[in-house]
Structure formats: C-alpha cells, structure tokens
Design a protein around this ligand. Sequence first.
Ligand code: NAD
Length: 411
Amino acid sequence: MSSKTMLQQALTRFFDAAKHLNIDPTILEKWEFPLETTHARLTIRMDDGSLKSFRAWRSRNDDTRGPTKGGIRYHQSVTADEVETLAFLMTIKCAVVNLPFGGGKGGVQIDPLSLSKTELERLSRRYVQIFSKVIGPNRDIPAPDVNTNAMIMAWMANEYDSIVGEVTPAVITGKPISLGGSLGRDDATARGGYYLLEYLAKDLGFTPGARVAIQGFGNAGSHIAQLLESAGHKVVAVSDSKGAIGGPTGIDIGQLSLAKERNGSVTSLAGAHGTSKIAADELVSVDCDLLVLAAMEDMVHAGNAANVKAPIILELANSPITPEADEILKNRGVVVIPDILANAGGVTVSYFEWVQNRQGYYWPIEDIHARLKTKMEEEGAAIWASAKEKNITLRSAAYVHALSRLVDAIY
Ligand code: NAD
C-alpha cells in the first residue's frame, strides 16, 4: 500500500499527463487541493429516541467548466481524502466526456445497513439541510453513489425544495422517473462502459462469446452482467462484499439477480446452475477474457496485479487499480479501460437528466441511448487514437484529453 494519500496518487497521474502537453505549470497548481470542502456533523434522532452523530463531507474540486457534479456515498470507511479524490476524478471525468461540469463529491461515514428506513430518510434530509448553501442547480449537483439510490435522491430533492421554497429538480440527479429522473439513468454507467467495449472490440481483440469476471454485483456490476450476457458473452465469475462464485460455462444472470435480491449475496447461488463458491480474492485472477472492476477502490494492487489473467480490464468502479498495479499491468500488456472514461456513462446520463429538468421536456429512452452511445464512441475513439499516437496507456491518454479541455477553459 502506498504512503501517499489517495488524492496525491490520483494527482500523480494528472501531473504525468501534463508532460504530454505544453502547459504553463502554474495552471496546474490549483488542483493540488480542492476549491472547497465542507466537513460537517449530521445529528439525527434515532427510532428509539436517542441522538446519533455522523461525519459528513461535500467537496467541490473545480468549477472551471461549470457547476460541480458528483455523487454522495454512504459508507463506514468514507474519509475526507476519499471524498476529495473522488471529486477530483469527477472534474477529470466530466472533461473527458466534455460535459459542462466540474467535479464534486459527498459522503457520510455510516454503514447504511445499520439504519432503519426512517433513520436513513432523516439522515438524508439532514445532509441537505446542512449542505443547502453548498449545493444548487447552478452550483453543485449531487447524485447517487455507493449505497445511495433514487429514493434517497428523492428525499434530498424534496428537502431542498422546502428549504428554497420552490420545486428545483435540477439540484439533484438520479431521482425516480416520477420525480423528474431520466429514463436510462439506472444502467447508464454499465451501458456507457458496454458501448465503449463494443465500439473498441476489434482494436481490443474482444470477441463474441468472451468469458467475463465481474467484481462487484451492485448497480454497475449487475447491469453490465446483463448487457454482456444479452450480447452473447459468458459471465464466468462474480463477487460482492460477501464472497464470490464461479460458473465456467456461464452464470445465469437472471438467476443470480434473483438470488442476490432474495438472500443479499451472489454466493447464495453457489451449488445451483453450475456454479460454486470461489475465494473472494481469487476473483481478479480468474482465467477470463475481460475483468470488470465494479466494486471499490484499490482492489487491484501491487500484491495481486501479477495474478490478473484477463488481457482487458474495464474499470466501472472509481480508482479500483492502484498506480503501482497500473505499472505492473502495463508491463504485462494488460489493456486497462480507465474509470474516467469507462464509467462516465453515469455522469453523462445525469447530465441529460439535469438538461431535461431545466427544459421541462423529457426525452424517450431511444434518444438517451443514442446520445450516450455517440458520446462514449466519440470520446473513446479520440482517446484510443491519442494513446496509439503517443504510445501511452489509455489512462494517460484520457488524462491528457481531459487536461487539454480544462486548460483551454482557463486560458
Ligand atoms: P453499489 O453499492 O450498487 O455496488 C457495489 C458492489 O460492490 C456491491 O455488490 C458490493 O457488495 C460490492 N463490493 C463491495 N466491496 C467488495 C469487495 N471487497 N469485493 C467484491 N465486491 C465488493 O455501487 P455502484 O453504484 O455499483 O458503484 C460501484 C463502483 O462504481 C463505485 O466505485 C462507484 O463509485 C462506481 N461508479 C458508480 C456509478 C453509478 O452510476 N452507480 C457511476 C460511476 C462510478
């Protein structure tokens, strides 16, 4: 494990990318710390009448290209460093796919499973009360992230409306469709990654009937599993926080989703439909054609990168590969489709939601899919070409791509 903070690790990649561009170095200095980070205490009444307090953050990394945008995460290991790093990655990601946003992120240090539904609602409403001056449809626009969902976004949007005294759907994205959410937001992250894979398939050598291992079977992981299965690929291993299963002839994703919904873990399917339990840390070293990382940060690190057998990795999670592991994978010829491009479908459809909220006019699903596909293909093609031309990794090329847009907006 590196001694650098997560933000410093992420910045290393950014500053390395700058070497490929002729930039005034003083321009880059501002990214060493965020535009603003608010750290607050959320105190809520629990169902038993007691009071409990939780640490919470909202970080706005940079608003050079537009209002800041990024999810809110509920997790027991959330820290200021994590929130600030994820906000930084959002700045880069929005520039990669050319959205008129900067990066933001929020988090609450809480295990959401420890709360009842009413406690979760009070916590989410409290978050908005505390951060109501930070967020806003032209300032900072939250969205779901790990352990937050459309229902939480609905509570938050409703709380914001009562504070400002008017209906303001564009303050938050990832809302339920009935409250101004966009069609296609639920699977947008996975779909964006999938469109990219299909588009680059020939260059990547990603052929029909590929064997895929997926780490994380939440929103991003379960949707990509469905899309890949529908396209004729085989999901041969999958994991979640409770364990992993393998199924060499292909795991039935419909059955897997049912098992996970009923019993809370993918491992509950083990023993049925040709599947069996495997060690959770074996997931990244499963023999397959594509490894999809859709769980948490730092899952592929210096200690396990050499065991990866997949020739292609799709990063749907944010920062799932450490810089040390990146180097090992590069030297071994593993192609990594980086988070700032691979999972940008989520923020792209969030952007579509924000646009639709402001227009008060809602687009059919075909339009959402077509616009998302075009976006992923255009930016993917440019980054692929730049990586080839400069003989650098796709991650470096994506950083260069983003940085040139950010710098353009500063001069
Ligand atoms: P989620 O909470 O729906 O799913 C996360 C999944 O990862 C769960 O199945 C969980 O059990 C699993 N997991 C947690 N720890 C694990 C471990 N140690 N090993 C294996 N599995 C583990 O979250 P999500 O929305 O799918 O997000 C997953 C990742 O994708 C995060 O890094 C998130 O920031 C990123 N992301 C998500 C979106 C989105 O639209 N949902 C957009 C961009 C990026």
